[in-house]
Design a protein around this ligand. Structure first.
Ligand SMILES: [Zn+2]
Ligand SMILES: [Zn+2]
Length: 345
């Protein structure tokens, strides 16, 4: 038996014939196992969805009550048997409720990690390393140039700018699910206790985080706030809002963007960002390569992003590796930068 007899890549996503399910399918299927609630992984319209409670709740927030025919919640570490395949979910450290999905059959274990990061995040459970025979990894930042560095240092940069320009407002572009809440939590960790303002697109998801016990401090809505009163404040908004007329309600705004892409200066310039903040919810090059090595997997399947560089790195380590070529996964920061997130506002 080979790994691809248990999980096989198909155009709609990775499929387990034995258990009759797909993982993060990009098209509607009978039964979907969903790693996390970002829209490229979690789509509406499946017959049945198995995911963590948080992922199900966040999908419901996004798509409405009838986003799937049936839903089933699974806890981290809990076993579910699907047609002889043993399925378990484990923390991926990416966003609240995010999971790696381990599928075991005939003594082989394959882990589909979805999106993941192996650094601390106060808003979600830490990444758990699952030893396996085959590892399905993302490759969003799979080039050696991507070193995310210390998020706390980037937060200090933001707070330094706020202190330097007390008469100006700071607008920080951040993806509305996960990044926004992590940014707020990091600001609180750094001792920032002032109210933090939210764009309309952030409100429902941030309230949900609060309801799950994630401490975010004093949050206010921008709607109805007085322009002069926004001087010296921090507002979190979708990246697409940074180039919107919406910014005119702020006094002389300083624009920032929290994303792994901010390592690339041209990207920051392209978005007209004055203050690029390198903060990512994806593993960077060393995070990806260290994780791959640590799983002990002999076979690596690489999806969405810079597949080639990671496949090449695996080959130099004597690992069997291949790109999955599944169309439909993207990067959430990029998606919102071109305006997809605006629809939530
Ligand atoms: Zn994601
Ligand atoms: Zn993704």
């Amino acid at each position: 038996m080979r790994p691809e007899d248990i999980l096989a890549p198909t155009p709609a996503g990775v499929c387990c014939k034995l258990g009759a399910f797909h993982i993060d399918p990009t098209r509607p299927v009978e039964r979907a196992l969903i790693t996390h609630a970002h829209s490229d992984h979690a789509r509406a319209g499946h017959g049945a969805v198995l995911a963590t409670q948080e992922t199900l709740d966040l999908m419901r927030l996004r798509y409405g009550e009838n986003f799937a025919g049936r839903t089933q919640a699974i806890r981290y570490g809990e076993n579910v048997d699907l047609g002889g395949a043993k399925v378990t979910f484990h923390p991926a450290g990416h966003v609240l409720g995010s999971a790696q999905i381990a599928v075991e059959a005939n003594g082989l274990r394959i882990v589909a990690s979805g999106d993941y990061k192996n650094v601390a995040d106060p808003t979600c459970a830490p990444f758990e390393l699952i030893p396996c025979d085959a590892f399905v990894t993302e490759a969003t930042f799979a080039l050696p140039v991507f070193r995310h560095g210390d998020a706390a240092g980037e937060i200090a940069k933001l707070l330094g700018s706020v202190a330097l320009f007390p008469e100006r407002a700071h607008l920080v572009g951040a993806y509305s699910l996960g990044k926004a809440q992590r940014l707020i939590a990091l600001l609180r960790q750094a001792g920032y206790q002032a109210p933090i303002y939210l764009h309309g697109a952030m409100e429902a998801i941030s309230s949900y985080y609060l309801s799950r016990g994630i401490a975010l401090g004093d949050l206010r809505t921008v709607r109805g706030a007085d322009k002069a009163a926004l001087a010296g404040t921090i507002t979190i908004c979708p990246p697409s809002a940074l180039s919107d007329l919406w910014t005119r309600r702020f006094p002389d705004p300083v624009t920032a963007f929290a994303s792994g892409w901010m390592r690339i200066r041209a990207r920051a310039r392209q978005h007209g960002v004055a203050l690029p903040l390198v903060i990512s919810d994806h593993a960077d090059w060393s995070g990806l390569t260290e994780t791959i090595a640590a799983t002990g997997a002999g076979e690596i399947w690489v999806t969405h992003g810079q597949e080639d560089a990671l496949v090449h790195w695996c080959a130099t380590r004597g690992l069997k590796a291949r790109p999955l070529d599944i169309v439909g996964y993207g990067d959430e920061d990029d998606a919102e930068a071109v305006g997809e997130g605006g629809s939530e506002a």
